[in-house]
Ligand binder design. Structure first.
Ligand code: COA
Length: 157
């Protein structure tokens, strides 16, 4: 497959474009402060994909520490949101965004595991996560605001 996109870290000036992609692709939307806070705290796992200089996708993550049970695996990466504009899907962009975030979770933040939630009906995303080695750890019943359940999927890093 010919790849014409490139990846780079999110910058605050990208906020409007990333928020628009989020609102176009997903029902889970966030305030501007939420995006900026994740960028400030974990800049290396907030990545955008560009095609012809235009942002067409993003991934943003959080690194979490379980202070109450450090023996259960240490730091975890949590994929908060990933999306690629519909007209730019199926070109490997989602996979590349996730792989880049996973690499940085491991090498920069020393996370031992990565997890995420996904709607049980979201076949494209579930296939992407399975392809990259995630498995379903549990079902979170009625997780979303519209009461749809989520799979929590996880992968060791
Ligand atoms: C999920 C999403 C990010 C995938 O992005 P993408 O750039 O189209 O994905 P890629 O082209 O990198 O595909 C990688 C793999 O994902 C899976 N996949 C992607 N789209 C798929 C589809 N429509 N149907 C089935 N599998 C699909 C395949 O396993 C694919 O590998 P393959 O090409 O070897 O078959 C994209 O569909 C999207 O933005 N969806 C809306 C937002 C969303 O649901 N985000 C996830 C919330 S948890």
């Amino acid at each position: 497959m010919q790849t014409t996109f490139n990846l780079r870290q999110f910058e605050p000036g990208d906020l409007d474009k990333v928020m628009r992609i989020n609102q176009t692709c997903l029902p889970e939307n966030y305030s501007p402060d939420f995006f900026i806070d994740l960028h400030d705290r974990f800049p290396e796992t907030f990545i955008v994909a560009e095609e012809d200089g235009r942002i067409v996708g993003y991934i943003m993550c959080r690194i979490e520490t379980n202070f109450f049970n450090l023996t259960s695996g240490g730091k975890k990466g949590h994929v908060i949101s990933i999306a690629v504009l519909p007209e730019h899907q199926h070109k490997g962009i989602g996979e590349a965004l996730l792989n880049e975030a996973l690499k940085n979770m491991k090498t920069i933040y020393h996370a031992k595991e990565c997890y995420l939630e996904v709607r049980v009906s979201n076949v494209p995303a579930i296939r992407l996560y399975r392809k990259l080695g995630y498995y379903i750890k549990r079902t979170l019943h009625g997780y979303y605001a519209d009461n749809e359940s989520a799979y929590m999927m996880t992968k060791k890093l």
